[in-house]
Design a protein around this ligand. Sequence first.
Ligand SMILES: Nc1nc2c(c(=O)[nH]1)N[C@H]1C(S)=C(S)[C@@H](COP(=O)(O)OP(=O)(O)OC[C@H]3O[C@@H](n4cnc5c(=O)[nH]c(N)nc54)[C@H](O)[C@@H]3O)O[C@H]1N2
Ligand SMILES: Nc1nc2c(c(=O)[nH]1)N[C@H]1C(S)=C(S)[C@@H](COP(=O)(O)OP(=O)(O)OC[C@H]3O[C@@H](n4cnc5c(=O)[nH]c(N)nc54)[C@H](O)[C@@H]3O)O[C@H]1N2
Ligand code: SF4
Ligand SMILES: [Mo]
Length: 729
Amino acid sequence: MAEEVKMTVCGLCVWHCPMEVKLSDGRVVSVESKGFKGCPRSLTSPELLYHPDRLNYPLKRVGERGDNKWQRITWEQALDEIAEKLKDIRDKHGPEAVCISVGGDNHCSGEYLTRFEYLFGTPNLMSHGRVCLMPTMLTSLIISGWVIPWPIIRPETRCFLIVGANPSMAAWRLWRRLRKAKDEGLKLIVIDPRLTDAARLADVWLQPRPGTDAALLLGMANVIVNEGLYDRDFVDKWCYGWDRFVERVNEYPPEKVEEITWVPADKIREAARLYAMTKPGICFEAMGIEHARNSVPAMQMTLILPAITGNLDVPGANLLLEPHPRIRLAADIEGSEFISPQQKRKAIGGEKYRMFSWDMWDRVGAEYKKLTGRPLSYYYLGGVGHPPSMWRAITTGKPYPIKGLMTICQNPLLNFANAKLVYQALKKVEFSVNMDIFMTSACQLADYVLPAAGHLEKSTMGHGGNMSPLVEAGAKVIGPLYERKDEYYLYRELGLRLGQEEYWPWKTLEEAFDYRLEPMGLTFEEFVKEKGGYGFDNPWLRHRKFDEPGFRFGTPTGKFELYSTLMEEIGYDPLPGYNEAPRTPVSDPERAKEFPLYLLSGPRARYHYHSQFHQIESFRKRYPEPIVQINPEKARELGIGDGDWVWIETPLARVKFKCVYFDGIDPRVVSAEHGWWYPSEPGEEPSLHGLWRSNINAVVDDDLDDCCDPQSGAWTFREQLCKVYKAED
Ligand SMILES: Nc1nc2c(c(=O)[nH]1)N[C@H]1C(S)=C(S)[C@@H](COP(=O)(O)OP(=O)(O)OC[C@H]3O[C@@H](n4cnc5c(=O)[nH]c(N)nc54)[C@H](O)[C@@H]3O)O[C@H]1N2
Ligand SMILES: Nc1nc2c(c(=O)[nH]1)N[C@H]1C(S)=C(S)[C@@H](COP(=O)(O)OP(=O)(O)OC[C@H]3O[C@@H](n4cnc5c(=O)[nH]c(N)nc54)[C@H](O)[C@@H]3O)O[C@H]1N2
Ligand code: SF4
Ligand SMILES: [Mo]
């Protein structure tokens, strides 16, 4: 037997750990993650690779949508027909009538997708980035000019403030570092409506009413400002709008904030003092605040707190990241110059949610260029197309018709809000293509389904667009098997058929990576050679850049803008403030009479990655049911026992979950998992692989006014009202 060991990057989630892969006679037999030892998802790699349900050949629909009737065709036929149809839509309705929807962290080489998109001429690229990190990045760019103040725990770090993040489930490498640092004396503050593992470990745990973080953080700032706990030098030298900011925070004394947030005023004081006085400290936020109706002000505050306490860009605190100095960046590949300003302005949703408009991006891009000398990636900011508006454009034809939809590496029926609307859009759209590794419910509604090469079957090179100074790469270890292809192949082949020949000189993904690495004087093969298939370069971590001559923040004032001049220019509140969302028990008591409970949806679970890994036999056995956490006191009041099946209902629909008693959650709040479907159940309608039974996004609304952030358009997964009652088994 020929045994072989190769190194690569694990492409199964956003952490991209180095991974060792063992092959025997050319077959992958086992893997070992070098980033997270024993990671259960990584161990499924061989099962995923050889899974009997994997898509292996291009398929063309032969019945009606939802009949699950397919004909196997060749790639040539698929590409010719898809290109023909895209051309036809472009001729009849304009290129903007094609929407590209992309998701996942499974390396779909987004900058090449964007290149294809811009050359085709549509501004309507959309992704989950719109509710995942991108609003924070954009907020950071708007108020500071830097991409994001990154949380890197170093030996110096003495305090860690978590705002709506769940690292023991979602970010294992960070969790491990955090635990070690805690053992060594780090102070930990956690803001979360649930008692997470991190909250259990915390010195101070604040348990807010969902969606009220902006008020809570303003309350903390009130204490920091009024007790003189801020960094006067940094504020004087580098912060713009201090006086107006102070006026604003004075509207949020802890007692008033207690009324808004349910958090006792003394706890707010305790947390504020601990954070501001234990330096250096890191402020780390995630989806708990990003998935909220008023998320932008909360994000402003998670950026402002480090700035005013002198926790920006000093060792052990939040770091201002610069792009890798010697690589062609995502933005260099995207070619945003290929698409005209007139086309850019047509992006669906750009007029309503003006933070995510091309105009804004061009402005922050220009500042970023002044700051770093480099272009800013649009793809990695999540696309300008606004998904909830896009589904409505497809179903109503307004503001203009969307006729074509290409879905890549994404499970829209399980991961976007308002799944019934997404369903209607997928049924209605004139033409659709989906590229995935498995036949998902959304694939069932497509006209063409294309088999993607997955993890281990394609080379990867991730360096987070322009976000970070690191480059990390992994060579493919096998295949691709059957007729699976990497996404680059799709973009290039369609490009060649649509008149883009001169723009696709690189025949393969690896050749495309060679071009990216050329300024380093290396080919892709050379870059990964030393470590047997894994390459890494992180040349540039400098601190205290604000002490360097000529330093400026990349904003119109050259300062860190507590008062944002760009927000003001586009007609938004320049300062962070708390606005009660329209559908809470406070603003809509009538609704709350029928739907009294806050619904948090989507706490990360150890085995699943959004909708993924539901095909894995061992996971299904170990974790067979979707879970909703309910406070035992409330559950008993509702006649619900621990382990009972319950319905979770909103005006949109009801879905079935298994109740787990959890006394770490407020009786007024419940928390249900997302991403649940049953791939082995029938693919045809009405089942669509058990899509509707426990799909929490069937009950989560995305109303453009009531549920989307008025600035960024991000929709809330975390603060909708529901009722819960016992279901039959
Ligand atoms: N209610 C609720 N909904 C949420 C969230 C929540 O917290 N609550 N979280 C949101 C967030 S933050 C995010 S990021 C999104 C994620 O939403 P998605 O990006 O849709 O996430 P996944 O379920 O991981 O879907 C990825 C799809 O890609 C396929 N795939 C896997 N590998 C490959 C590959 O190599 N190539 C291709 N072409 N396909 C591949 C998988 O089979 C799967 O169908 O979900 C969002 N949805
Ligand atoms: N195992 C696993 N890991 C993952 C993923 C996965 O699907 N599975 N997905 C990846 C992706 S794409 C992402 S974006 C990250 C997400 O990473 P995280 O955001 O760290 O993960 P969540 O579990 O969603 O944690 C959010 C926390 O916010 C809390 N929360 C809910 N509402 C509020 C609120 O109003 N205020 C505050 N302060 N907190 C609130 C929730 O109780 C929860 O504990 O995880 C990544 N890692
Ligand atoms: S699944 Fe994620 S955490 Fe696990 S080994 Fe792969 S990259 Fe690392
Ligand atoms: Mo995400």
